[in-house]
Design a protein around this ligand. Sequence first.
Ligand code: ADP
Ligand code: MG
Length: 561
Amino acid sequence: MASQNAIGIDLGTTFSAFAYLDRNGMPQTIANLEGDLVTPSAVFFDYGEAVVGREAIKAASYEPEAVAMFAKRDVGKPLYHRPIRGQHLPPEVILAAVLRKLKDDAAIKLDQVEEGVITVPAFFNEPKRKAVMDAGRLAGLKVLDIINEPTAAAIAYGVQAGFVTKDGLVREPETILVYDLGGGTFDVTLMKIEGSAYTALATDGDSQLGGIDWDQRIVQFLAEAFLEKHRIDPREDAAAHQALMREAEEAKRGLSTRSNLTVRFAHQGRRIQVALSREEFESLTADLVQRTIFTADKLLRDARSSWAEITRILLVGGSTRMPMIAAELEQQSGMSVDRSISPDEAVAHGAALYAGFLQRGGRAADRNLAVKNVNSHDLGVLGLEKETGMKRRRTMIPRNTTLPARSRSRFVTHRVNQQRVVIHVVEGGDDSGKNATPIGKCIVSDLPPRLPAKTPVIVQFFYAANGRLSVKAALPDVGVEASTTIEKAYGLSEEELVEWESRIAQGKYLLEVERPKRGVDETEAWFAAPPAADAEPNQDFDGPHVFQENEDSEIFSDLEF
Ligand code: ADP
Ligand code: MG
């Protein structure tokens, strides 16, 4: 059956999970080849081969230079934040390696896997969504669609916990808070489900807060105990620090089910043995929990909602297994939280259900289950303000608008005899256009000679539910128009994608790296690999589509600013 070979993939920052629909149309998590339900999103570039998952994590302690982790954080940037064996890789390529493992492992269980749905955080902007699509393509997966993680979680909870019927209808209108605390990120989303419409009302988060911060508190606790007893700080030694982090994470997991445990740690022949209670752990990390509550409160305020309006709280992400999370949410909301499905599988399950909907009947919106999304950044146009001549941004579709969304705005040309009008489409930033990310251009060219200044230009935006933005610009007075669909203006170009596809097919993730000959000190050879000569700091690199100051003078806006 066709619906059986589409998979739903939760491509996580630290862990990924994948699921398919069984004969009854219910989602089942697929265990990877190692037998685990979640796979670390880490890739060890063992020369030609890309080794993903548990083994890559292990490799990180002896060959950190060859292991890529947290690549999802770099999505949308041209390159992963550091070189791998001296070579710079786009994050798409690293994620493709992860997706490929999942697809290959799924194929063992399901025979053939060609199609899938991949989830992304609700706040991912256009370039990031495209990058994830491209990663799927590089992995040889036909990406049916991208869906927001909280939407997927709500679908999974809804169908599995029974407040949504199997055909996707909610029995009563629901206002749902999806609280997702993962390995390195926190995301919170307010959703409304009415009939068959799933609407994300607002989304917020903290990109620097996750399970790892809870681990760090235990690391600190253990290191201080070690220091006190042996006058040595194990954190000063990289390998010992790593080992301490592993120990801490294990202890943290233990405290999710036990109220007391003993942590043991040895370094340089010295050892400690420390008792740690859940209560103590909770007081060591209370401020972290409060930070998530602070963000959730802010989200509710932004959405002009309140805890009292929430009908369900859904827990997503491995870190919500810590009892302190549900306890604090219950305290805040005065209601019990839904823990009916496994928090680290919910997103993948929802993605699999959504893949099934798509396979059965095309677009989700045409089916019983209409999945609505919101845009997470303002979308606008850069222009000049009439009175001041200053660069301004006019918002066309404000943040948190339910998709699909349309908008129409009137501008005028700036100069006499303008031959073309360039509409600079931007995402985010402020009203002066500062910090706005250019995401594409719509160019109306071949304007008739001697066109007077202030000729009206009508700009229309159509933002589809799948996140694709169509921009149309028309000069009705002269009957000229142009339109563009924003998908390809950033990230890897078609040519680059084709090249990577063929490199990946040949296992050439890295170019011309030779395995060191036997007999040499391999460790040293690995660590000595110099960074590529053209090493580029990643942060400030904006790709080839940098907004050019002078170009926007060709269009400026009306007084409506
Ligand atoms: P991602 O952020 O990649 O989506 P997950 O949602 O799988 O990742 O969350 C991973 C985090 O969940 C890690 O920090 C891990 O330590 C934590 N975690 C997993 N299981 C437990 C548990 N039983 N108790 C506490 N934390 C857990
Ligand atoms: Mg996650």
